[in-house]
Design a protein around this ligand. Structure first.
Ligand code: NDP
Ligand code: MG
Length: 380
């Protein structure tokens, strides 16, 4: 039996993780965590019978405690709650499907406690990859990528782990505004940005995909996961989202992983690795599929991707500034407080304003996150 903790169980990745677990006889949920959606969390508790759950807001946690008092479940709250879930004795693997930097501390504690990590939360490696990867190696825990691109690369590489990639070809759909120019982006409304052509995802990552900041975060994540330099990761626009990513080897051979845009595949693979299991659902049909096309990313219009390369290359605290600035800017855009192009402008301004520190500790990372938020609040 594999015992699983899901942080962010009520979100897009979280609910799809539970869809996977529901179909596997040898998997069991031992804990779930959410931000505030206690309605969905209660349904999940009644179906999966976790021992512990955590809700971020204490008030909501209290409300949930009354709702589930007929059940044998312990309801925790806040960061303490997340940390307690992360190190649960019986847990084998932690699925980090929360959105934002909130995922870092629970991930670190889980690794220290020897738990494998099924990693969806990309902010974790982007900001603290230099701390997490060595720690995972020391504790001999696996970091299993859930993001479709990183899962694809992982699948391409694992046949011979000792063979290093020459280059990682990270595919991107290009998002809903592919082909648009700077002046077109001025007119973008929230509703337009929330429509992704191929994938159904949480709001924040949907906006990130439209600005290509998501791809930038993925480049930085790939650098840590596969131990390569930033310049070895090349973004390739593949608008149909059929190729989930590719690896080029020293001899020029390129391996790719293809599939329909269904996150349940990378989630399931992270939970069953190294086994592959049956997964129901739509499959690629090569009788009707006629073409797969490629384009170069437009880093002039979508300069958030260029800023990500800069942040990742400089390293230190700069990726944290990039990420925190984006997090806050996106939440302001979602609240209709700033215009669409301001998301990337804010990231650029925050990066310009920052004096990079090398090899930051976890405390320094969290401090820089707060400083970035404060800078944004004082300016926008
Ligand atoms: P969603 O917004 O759909 O879900 C986020 C989840 O995190 C919800 O369960 C939410 O709870 C929970 N949450 C938010 N804040 C807290 C908190 N403070 N404490 C505990 N739980 C919290 O996001 P996604 O599922 O789309 O994305 C999750 C992560 O996975 C992100 O880092 C994203 O970049 C990454 N990812 C997502 C992909 C996708 O296809 N969606 C693909 C690849 C990576 P509540 O519902 O109560 O608010
Ligand atoms: Mg992705």
């Amino acid at each position: 039996m594999k015992h699983i903790v899901v942080l962010g169980s009520t979100g897009s990745i979280g609910t799809q993780t539970l869809d996977v677990v529901r179909c596997q006889e040898d998997m069991e949920i031992c804990a779930l965590a959410a931000g505030s959606n206690i309605v969905r969390l209660e349904e999940q508790i009644r179906e999966f019978h976790p021992k512990k759950v955590a809700v971020w807001e204490e008030e909501k946690a209290r409300e949930l405690r009354t709702k589930v008092k007929d059940l044998d479940v312990c309801v925790l709250s806040g960061m303490e709650g997340l940390l307690e879930l992360a190190v649960m004795e019986e847990a084998d693997v932690l699925v980090t499907a929360v959105v934002g930097m909130i995922g870092i501390r629970p991930t670190i504690e889980a690794i220290k406690a020897g738990k494998d990590i099924a990693l969806a939360n990309k902010e974790t490696l982007v900001t603290a990859g230099h701390l997490i990867m060595p720690l995972a190696a020391e504790k001999q825990v696996k970091i299993l990528p859930v993001d479709s691109e990183h899962s694809a690369i992982f699948q391409c590489l694992q046949a011979k782990k000792e063979i290093r990639p020459h280059k990682i070809l990270l595919t991107a759909s290009g998002g809903p505004f592919r082909g648009k120019k700077k002046e077109d982006l001025e007119k973008v409304q929230l509703e337009d940005a929330l429509k992704h052509p191929n994938w159904a995802m949480g709001k924040k990552i949907t906006i990130d995909s439209s600005t290509m900041v998501n791809k930038g975060l993925e480049v930085m994540e790939a650098r840590w996961l596969f131990d390569v330099k930033m310049e070895q990761v090349q973004v390739v626009v593949q608008p149909q989202s059929i190729i989930h990513s590719m690896v080029e080897f020293d001899d020029g051979a390129v391996m790719a992983q293809l599939g329909t845009p269904d996150m349940r595949l990378p989630i399931q693979y992270a939970l069953t690795y190294p086994d592959r299991r049956y997964l129901s659902g739509e499959r690629l049909d090569f009788e009707t599929l006629t073409r797969i096309t490629f384009e170069k990313p437009d880093m002039k219009t979508f300069y958030g991707l260029r800023l990500a390369y800069e942040a990742g290359t400089v390293g230190g605290t700069l990726p944290t500034v990039f990420n925190a600035a984006n997090e806050r800017a996106v939440s302001k855009f979602l609240a209709r407080k700033i215009r669409y192009p301001q998301i990337t402008e804010i990231i650029q301004e925050c990066m310009r304003n920052h004096q990079t520190r090398k090899e930051p500790t976890l405390d320094e990372i969290l401090e820089i996150e707060q400083e970035t938020y404060e800078f944004i609040e004082s300016r926008w």
